[in-house]
Design a protein around this ligand. Sequence first.
Ligand code: FDA
Length: 392
Amino acid sequence: MAGQTYDAIILGAGAAGMMCAAIAGARGRRILLVDHADEPGKKILISGGGRCNFTNIYTAADRFLSANPHFAKSALGRYSPEDFIALVERHGIAWHEKTLGQLFCDGSAAQIVAMLEKECASVGVTMALGRPVTNVAHGDGQYRVTITGQDCHAPALVLATGGPSIPKIGASGFAYDVARQFGLSIVQPRPALVPLTLGPDDALFASLSGVSADVEVRWGKTRFREAALFTHRGLSGPAMLQISSYWQHRTSISVNFLPDRDGGWLADEKQERPRASVRRTLAQALPERLADALLERLALQGDLANLADKALRQAGARLGDWAFMPDGTEGYAKAEVTAGGISTADLSSRTMEATRMPGLYAIGEAVDVTGWLGGYNFQWAWASGWAAGQAI
Ligand code: FDA
């Protein structure tokens, strides 16, 4: 490995790095793929509950957050979910659509890692695993990377070390450090697709830990209709993870607990079934424990017949627009991804090469492009890895 010359050195043998290596290797490039972890694709292995939600058939640039919402279009347009499905099928990996266009392996996420390893091996990619990178330098048109005391050189260097979410499996902000070293700017990174925490005012909801409900959650104009899950610390589940990527500190989110009913629903029920209790009525639409907690907050009890229409309409309106003021998130320890990262303003959207630092590339989660929950982040890793793999 040491002293050898490569056409490109790729730092990070995760989703984007392995895709980039396989594509560039297939073009005859000599590639060194380096990772400090002793096995590749650790995040792939734990993804999608162990089954890897490897893409989403509804992939489109509007399902990604970035300071430049147009940046992802080029790469996503040139390497589509269908391209990745074709690769998965060539390797005989069975898959299924779970919901909302999300494709999962029938078997295990390990099949995706094995597939990428095979693709890399078949085109002669050199893998250096369990090797911390101690220094990166540039001079005379060459990048010099020091890996466990040994220097390797190449005219191209690809940053594919992802973001700092889930540090316990080796995630780091290393890509940002190297990017900064070469003058690229960083959009403030923050945990995304992360559970939200609630303060003492909402202590009542902590008793609902484990309860989930189909809700519509809204922050500004952004809304998601998916399941929410109450936890002992706050709010999780797909709906809350989605909105967390948009949420900003010291702002509230709004939850519609009855997305299929209008605000006058309780008053209408009173006409239909005046002898029914408000508790029984609400518990038909929501999990019982949640109905109880909400009614306690609304200070509403008794039979519908004994409650004024006005009070029922007000309660219906609140249930459709319940404000929660999160006091934070569970942070990088629990965040599925990191939003922000290497600024797209400094990269070519076609090749992922730094516009003012020839030969330096950044791909995957390290870049300021963050997908919704549901296979979008892997599709970005494949597509940006493919784009750079065509260019190096
Ligand atoms: P990735 O994190 O995959 O790879 C980075 C590599 O760089 C790692 O191998 C790491 O060891 C290495 N590295 C880090 N620092 C280094 C250093 N200093 N030196 C050398 N190497 C270094 N997405 C999705 O689309 N569908 C899903 O089902 C899921 N599920 C999911 C579950 C969980 C629990 C998490 C945490 C995340 C997901 N994701 C997901 C998100 C997805 O895993 C993520 O967006 C991609 O793995 C990003 O791919 P990258 O290749 O950019 O980084």
